[in-house]
Design a protein around this ligand. Sequence first.
Ligand code: ADP
Length: 453
Amino acid sequence: MPPRPLLLALLAPAGVALVVFLLLGWNMDAVYVSLSTLLGSGLTLMAARGLIQRRLTGLTRTALTRPESTSPSPPATDDEELEELTLVRRTLDALHQRHFTRDVGLLQEARTLTAVLDSMAEGIWVTDVEGNVLRHNDALRGMLMPVGDIVGQRPLTLLRHDSLNEAVSRACEEGGSTRLELTLEDVLSRTLAIRVTPLGGDLPGSAAVFHDVTELRHLEKVRKDFVANVSHELRTPITAIRGYAETLQSGALADPQVAAKMVDIIHRQSERLSELVEDLLELSRLESREVKLQVRDVPLAQAAARAAETVRHKAQGKRISLELDVPPELVAQGDERGLEQVLLNLLDNAVKYTPEGGRVRVTGGLEEGRCVVHVRDSGVGIEPRHLTRIFERFYRVDKGRSRDMGGTGLGLSIVKHLLGAMGGEVRVESQPNEGSTFTILLRVAVPSAASAG
Ligand code: ADP
């Protein structure tokens, strides 16, 4: 069928009828011929209309269902296509192409934004103007540990803190920003620093950024406690020294017996002061990694023997038996001076916290592929609740007893730091009134070619 413009289809039968009338005059033949021509034209017109409808339907269907790609829609399968329909098809193609390019750009942008938000350590949420959470990043889920979905929830449901709820309302309603800090007492106690701001621009709603400052606040507390502890520990001997010196000045010097006792106390307190300062300096050097440990092969029996020599006099004074049973072939990787100090601190404690007539034993061997040394005592022991804390600076189970015995509260902390720097560790097992066992674990020395051969 010749798909020509519609006008042609309408004018053609009228022209044919006119020619027939002119040639044949007004007779019945002319009328029949004209009528059949008109009928033919009508049929042609209807057929053309049907074709256009089918093409338009086809084009609409293709436009609505075509896949997400930029390839042009296929032309009509017929040999010829109405010019107007070709134009429509090309226009639809161009529109499709433009939308597709924009969709790809938007999708890419959304993906980049999600990736950036999820890679952040800070938690983020965005709310609508009512304060309902619209979206959030991965970090926020980790911080809030919600039971269900976060999206669609209100701040109060998620965190149960009025101040946060008020901050979100302020941002949404008045456009004000708020900084606040909340401590969440869930399974783990966490402190979050939060900044709530309005979304800005013409966007309604608010955004909140959550920063986990638990570790930071903990470190601040540790530092404050440390300063307070140091001041307190220093003040005790200084007060004693000043007090006795003043008493001597104000007349006690005249009594040689009293004076001798006081000078003795002053001497002991000054020793305690100097031990405290030494321990503090050692700990500070270890923590700032100022001390360069020389890790080499250390025969543990020799290190234990030297440490035991230092405390032997004190042990004898309390009639404590001091036994050593470390195999001479047990060689660990460590810093010699550091290891001796570790063993000395453990042995000193063992003797210190063991009553008269008790027993202290040092044994060694290989366990789990590592060198171990156990320092066992039959002393006062430690209650389980203190066991994880005794390695903290200035932590003492019994403050009075430790001070009376000349302890600084830093010995085990130094042990832990020294061993850590050597790639080793310290463990403790203890029962009140049954004694304690401190175990150090170290890397085994690699046998040299000469000793292996
Ligand atoms: P201190 O100078 O007070 O001994 P440490 O850091 O060496 O400080 O030890 C911390 C605390 O651990 C001590 O105050 C004491 O309560 C406890 N402790 C350490 N070793 C022993 C032990 N062998 N027996 C019982 N308690 C111990």
